[in-house]
Design a protein around this ligand. Structure first.
Ligand code: NAP
Length: 279
C-alpha cells in the first residue's frame, strides 16, 4: 500500500506533522506520502471532496477542527464530545473523524509515571486543547479536574456537566489550590510560547506539593514554567511527547496497522535527542 496522507490548516507551513509522520513511516518501513496543504475556510468544502476521492486520511489543525465535522460520515464518540476532529480516516469514500489529542496527552503523562486514573488534575486554560484533555481525563477516571480559566462559561462547557469538574478563575491559581492540591498540572494555554509575548506572572502556584507537570507548549523546548519546575525538583515535560503520540495514534487510525505506539514514539525521541532540530 502506498499511503496518501495530508495535514490541512491555515496557516500550515509551521506544522511539524509532515516531519513526524515521515519518521513514523520510515520506522515502520511503510511507503507513502504525507503533505501539508494550506486550506482556507472557504476552500474546506472543495478539499473534503478532493480528499474523499484521493486520500486515505488527513490530519486537521486550526481553524478546521470543528468545521470538518459536518462533512464526515461518522465520528468517534470521544471526538464528538470534544467537538473537534484532528484525524480523518477515509475508506471506500467513507470519512470517519477521530481526535487523538487525548490519547497523546495520556501517553505523554504515562511516560512520566503519571496517570489520569484516580488523579486530581489542575488544567490551565479552557480552549480547544484543554477540552480534549478534560474529556480524556474524565473518561480515564480522574478523581477531579479543576479548570483555571479567564472565561468561566467556557470552563463549565469543558466539564460537560460532570460533577468531578470544577471551574476557578485564572486569577485564583495559587500554591494552595493548584500545586498543593493537584497530582497532575497541565498548562493548556499558550502562555510561555515563543512569539506570544505573554507568560505567567509568577510560578508560586507550583509550590506546596510535587505534582507531575506537563506544559503542552513545545516551543521553546523549555518554557519558563518548565524551568520553574526544574528549579523546584518537579517532574515535568513539554508538549513534544503529546505531539508525537497524537501523530502515532493518528497513523494507527489512518492505516489500521497494529504496532506498539511506545516503541515508535521512543524511536522518534531517540532519533531527535535534543528535540531542537525540530523547533
Ligand atoms: P485556544 O483554543 O486558543 O485556547 C487557549 C486557552 O488559553 C483559552 O482558554 C484562553 O483563554 C487561554 N489563554 C490565552 N491567553 C491567556 C492568558 N494570558 N491568561 C490566561 N489564559 C489564557 O488554543 P489551543 O488550541 O487550546 O492551544 C493552546 C496551546 O496548546 C497552544 O500553545 C498550542 O500550541 C498548544 N497545543 C499543543 C499541542 C501538543 O500536541 N503539544 C496540541 C494542541 C495545542 P480565553 O478563552 O479566555 O481566551
Amino acid at each position: 500500500m502506498n499511503w496518501k496522507l495530508a495535514v490541512i490548516g491555515d496557516p500550515i507551513a509551521h506544522s511539524l506533522s509532515p516531519v513526524i509522520q515521515g519518521q513514523i513511516m520510515e520506522i515502520l518501513g511503510v511507503s507513502g506520502e504525507y503533505k501539508a496543504v494550506h486550506v482556507k475556510a472557504e476552500e474546506l468544502a472543495g478539499f473534503m471532496e478532493y480528499a474523499r476521492e484521493n486520500l486515505h486520511g488527513f490530519n486537521v489543525t486550526i481553524p478546521h477542527k470543528g468545521a470538518v465535522i459536518p462533512f464526515l460520515d461518522e465520528i468517534d464518540p470521544y471526538a464528538q464530545s470534544c467537538g473537534a476532529v484532528n484525524t480523518v480516516r477515509i475508506r471506500d469514500g467513507k470519512m470517519t473523524g477521530f481526535n487523538t489529542d487525548g490519547d497523546g496527552i495520556r501517553a505523554a503523562l504515562q511516560q512520566m509515571g503519571a496517570d489520569f486514573a484516580g488523579s486530581r488534575v489542575a488544567l490551565l486554560g479552557a480552549g480547544g486543547a484543554a477540552r480534549s484533555i478534560c474529556r480524556k481525563a474524565l473518561n480515564c477516571g480522574a478523581e477531579s479536574v479543576r479548570i483555571f480559566c479567564r472565561n468561566l462559561e467556557k470552563g463549565v462547557l469543558l466539564t460537560g456537566g460532570d460533577s468531578r469538574g470544577e471551574v476557578l478563575p485564572f486569577s485564583e491559581l495559587s500554591a494552595e489550590n493548584c500545586g498543593g492540591w493537584a497530582d497532575i498540572v497541565i498548562n493548556a494555554t499558550p502562555l510561555g510560547m515563543e512569539g506570544i509575548g505573554q507568560d505567567f506572572a509568577d510560578f508560586s502556584f507550583l509550590d506546596n506539593g510535587k505534582p507531575f507537570v506537563c506544559d503542552i507548549v513545545y516551543k521553546p523546548a523549555e518554557t519558563n514554567l518548565l524551568k520553574a519546575c526544574r528549579e523546584r525538583g518537579i517532574t515535568c515535560k513539554n508538549g513534544l511527547d503529546m505531539l508525537v503520540y497524537q501523530a502515532v495514534y493518528a497513523f494507527m487510525h489512518f492505516t489500521g496497522l497494529s504496532f506498539d505506539p511506545d516503541t515508535v514514539a521512543r524511536r522518534i525521541a531517540a532519533d531527535n535527542p535534543t528535540q531542537h532540530s525540530w523547533l
